[in-house]
Write a protein that binds this ligand. Structure first.
Ligand SMILES: [Zn+2]
Length: 250
């Protein structure tokens, strides 16, 4: 069994037998993997507290080819994101992002870009004070892009018209917007407000550190969640709306 080393974010964990734990990790080198940490729940385990959801860790494990769970050898804490953990809203956003990642990606598909986006978004979540739901949307759009779904929020998918100042509609099957003219003959899923449209547009263009400067109204929050979730429910097998979103009060 080869020994491998990588950095990872802990997506989730569950208890296994009396003293062990199985953790799902999003790793830099292997994508999503699961490891069993034997004896980690013993009171004298030197790794206690490291294998916790959200933590950024360094892991050394025995890679078992063809197995769904690998064997942890050692782990080290790199960052426990205490500023995220000490704030219920931030913890909920981080959990929602991890839930989303877990249900949309398959195991052992390395994608360093997704790993870097994940770490950067959680780092940013530590620092920001307001509008943190924007980071969930930012991550969702970036992840969708990596999964091959780039939603164009700036022009009509039918006629390519860019000046969408009038009423605009969203077509899930087509994966984008349709203008008023094109909507007459097509199957429309729902209309989208200009405010929500502008926010989604900005999220795709802005650098990560500015994303939380956008102030969404309560209506836009509901609308954007609905657009993104309905889109993913249609296009991505296994997608589930993250339960943690219910805990966020913006
Ligand atoms: Zn059109």
């Amino acid at each position: 069994m080869p020994i491998e080393k990588t950095e990872a974010i802990v997506i989730k964990t569950h208890k296994y037998h009396e003293t062990s734990k199985i953790a799902t990790l999003y790793t830099k080198r292997f994508g999503k993997i699961s490891v069993i940490a034997k004896g980690i729940r013993k009171t004298d385990s030197k790794y206690g507290g490291i294998m916790e959801t959200i933590n950024l860790i360094s892991v050394i494990f025995y890679y078992k080819s063809g197995k769904s769970v690998h064997l942890l050898k050692e782990c080290d804490l790199v960052n426990s994101f205490n500023d995220v953990r000490s704030d219920l809203n931030k913890t909920a956003v981080a959990y929602a992002i991890l839930e989303l990642l877990n249900c949309t990606i398959v195991e052992e598909e390395e994608n360093e870009k997704v790993y870097n986006i994940l770490v950067n978004v959680i780092n940013n979540l530590s620092e920001v004070k307001k509008n943190i739901i924007n980071l969930y949307w930012y991550f969702t759009l970036e992840l969708l892009c990596e999964l091959g779904f780039t939603i164009n929020f700036s022009k009509c998918v039918k006629c390519n018209k860019e000046d969408l100042l009038d009423k605009v509609y969203f077509m899930i099957v087509e994966g984008g917007l349709v203008c008023k003219e094109c909507s007459r003959t097509k199957d429309i899923d729902f209309d989208i407000s200009l405010e929500a449209l502008k926010i989604l547009n900005k999220l795709q263009e802005m650098p990560l550190h500015s994303v939380c400067n956008i102030i969404p109204s309560t209506r836009s929050i509901m609308e954007i969640n609905e657009i993104l979730h309905r889109f993913m429910r249609y296009h991505i097998d296994g997608f589930k709306v993250p339960v943690a979103l219910k805990l966020i009060s913006n």
